[in-house]
Design a binder for this molecule. Structure first.
Ligand SMILES: Nc1ncnc2c1ncn2[C@@H]1O[C@H](COP(=O)(O)OP(=O)(O)OP(=O)(O)O)[C@@H](O)[C@H]1O
Length: 252
């Protein structure tokens, strides 16, 4: 469960911007795939399509084999800014989704407690979003997605607004979570290091029109940590991807 499939997918926005053209792209069950590319190449468009926020203009896409018509709790979405309700505390933010879904309290309460423990937010149930750091707010955002037990996590530059140190610790936390949950992850980033550190496969995108030009399996053993960033394998992948992106840039 959790497979994502695009086949000859195209997206033209009103006004005629061709954001994606003939994209063939698959994410397998439990796979961690990073979409990497410069600003404006269509990464967010691809993610918003499978999330059900946007409609395809041509081709097909499916989630678990079913055509995607609208957003659903089987796809958890995490954006750069955690979308928290500012008037609710951490606990209330996390249980908001299950309550709306009418999940019984005796089911969602232990689940929310466990997720907040994993996210290191045990002591912050009562805190309001405004009282938290950016990294902590983002941890609440991820907890809100996970509490719905999604089959896939769709993450759009989730650590893009964080300082370098916080970003590294969030990357390690995500690696830990994924290692135990094995949820399918589609992760949008323009950071090469982040893509290699996290993903099983890095898909490089180019702009105008958005297309995936190369898919690079990352054969670095897991569990990975920030030490991975200084390994020989890592440097080899980085050089390969930088060369690919430089080549693409030269063509435009
Ligand atoms: N709602 C919209 N209406 C019109 N054009 C849009 C819309 N959303 C995105 N675009 C255009 O589609 C193209 C792809 O945008 P998209 O946001 O998917 O790229 P991206 O790779 O995610 O960029 P970034 O890294 O800056 O978020 C861009 O040229 C953008 O201007």
């Amino acid at each position: 469960m959790g497979t994502i499939q695009f086949s000859l997918a195209s997206k033209t926005y009103p006004g005629g911007v061709l954001a994606l053209e003939n994209v063939d792209f698959t994410v397998g069950e439990g796979e961690f795939v990073a979409l990497l590319g410069p600003s404006g190449c269509g990464k967010s468009t691809l993610l918003n399509l499978i999330a059900g926020f946007e409609k395809l203009s041509g081709g097909q896409m499916s989630f678990n084999g079913d055509a995607v018509a609208k957003p659903g709790p089987d796809r958890g979405v995490v954006f750069q800014e955690a979308s928290l309700l500012p008037w609710l505390n951490v606990w209330e933010n996390v249980v908001f989704g299950p309550k709306v879904q009418k999940t019984p309290r005796d089911i969602y309460e232990p689940r929310a407690r466990e997720i907040l423990r994993i996210m290191g937010l045990e002591a912050f149930h009562e805190a309001l979003p405004v009282q938290l750091s950016g990294g902590m707010r983002q941890r609440v955002g991820i907890a809100r997605a996970l509490v719905m037990q999604p089959k896939a996590l769709l993450m759009d530059e989730p650590f893009g607004a964080l300082d370098a140190q916080t970003r590294l610790s969030m990357q390690e936390l995500l690696l830990d979570i994924w290692q135990s949950l094995k949820t399918t992850v589609l992760f949008v980033t323009h950071d090469i290091d982040e893509a290699i550190l996290l993903a099983d496969r890095v898909c490089v995108m180019t702009a105008r029109p958005g297309r995936i030009t190369r898919e690079i399996p990352i054969d670095i053993p897991r569990p990975r940590s920030i030490n991975t960033l200084t390994s020989g394998d890592f440097t080899t992948y980085k050089a390969m991807i930088m060369a690919e992106m430089r080549g693409l840039h030269a063509q435009h």
